[in-house]
Design a protein around this ligand. Structure first.
Ligand code: IPE
Ligand code: IPE
Ligand code: MG
Length: 241
């Protein structure tokens, strides 16, 4: 019998989601509705990122994961991909001092080391600077894909010389990018789409889902609070009674 990890059990008792993960979707449609270029939607979306990061600690959230760039988003035009990386640089440059001052610890999941070198350097600096902070953990999913993460975890088991009975749920979990983080209690997706798009597939086994038709640039502190309220009314059973 497999016992639910402590983080899952803790979630059942609490009405506050300890870990909220957001699939920030709908920037392009937000721009289209205003006859603006997609880039304007991404720029507006960055303001929503600022808003939720500021609001999360007040809502009692310990870990906030934001899906910012998927391993499949490389399929987009080079111009858009470059713009998204540029925005991320702007965000980190502009916010790092405030994030650090607010005791936010930055973590990154996904193959972020394969991003452009200047961005990698900036991310390394941000992780390093905030390493010992003890407030909100802000997890940025960058060049992240769940399947890719699981393949890398499987390869790490082999590289570590694990025998077949040593390949346990715990062994895999310890080799995921999210190692050491509690599983997401609540996954929010904006823009009306109701799919995971290769996000946290292993980790979301017992997550609650909230889908909202609000486009990401229109999402803010109030909608985040509403999603937490919806979460609080859910009953989590983890397969039990
Ligand atoms: C989310 O908005 C941002 C990223 C995926 C980086 P989209 O760019 O996917 O917006 P839509 O889905 O086209 O509206
Ligand atoms: C998911 O959104 C990825 C991010 C939010 C970073 P997409 O817009 O890429 O997802 P699909 O293509 O609609 O599934
Ligand atoms: Mg989209």
């Amino acid at each position: 019998m497999t016992v639910a990890p402590a983080s899952d059990l803790a979630g059942s008792a609490a009405s506050v989601p300890r870990h909220v993960a957001i699939i920030m979707d709908g920037n392009g449609r937000w721009a289209k509705a205003r006859r603006l270029p997609r880039m304007a939607g991404h720029k507006a979306g960055m303001e929503s990122v600022r808003a939720v990061v500021r609001a999360a600690p007040d809502l009692g959230i310990d870990v906030l994961t934001l899906y910012a760039f998927s391993s499949e988003n490389w399929k987009r035009p080079q111009e858009e991909v470059g713009f998204l990386f540029g925005l991320l640089k702007t965000y980190l440059h502009a916010e790092i001092a405030e994030l650090d001052a607010k005791d936010v610890r930055i973590r990154v999941i996904g193959q972020w080391r394969l991003l452009p070198a200047d961005l990698v350097k900036l991310i390394e600096g941000a992780i390093d600077r905030t390493r010992n902070n003890e407030g909100l953990t802000l997890v940025l999913a960058l060049n992240y894909g769940s399947r890719d993460e699981l393949v890398r975890a499987a390869r790490a088991c082999i590289a570590d010389g694990l025998s077949d009975d040593e390949v346990t749920e715990e062994a895999i979990e310890a080799r995921l990018d999210t190692a050491g983080l509690p599983a997401p209690d609540l996954i929010v997706r904006t823009s009306g789409e109701e799919r995971l798009s290769n996000f946290l597939m292993w980790q979301s086994a017992y997550a609650e889902f909230v889908f909202t038709s609000t486009l990401w640039p229109d999402f803010g502190a109030e909608e985040l609070a509403k999603a937490c309220e919806t979460f609080a009314a859910r009953e989590r059973r983890y397969g039990g009674l």
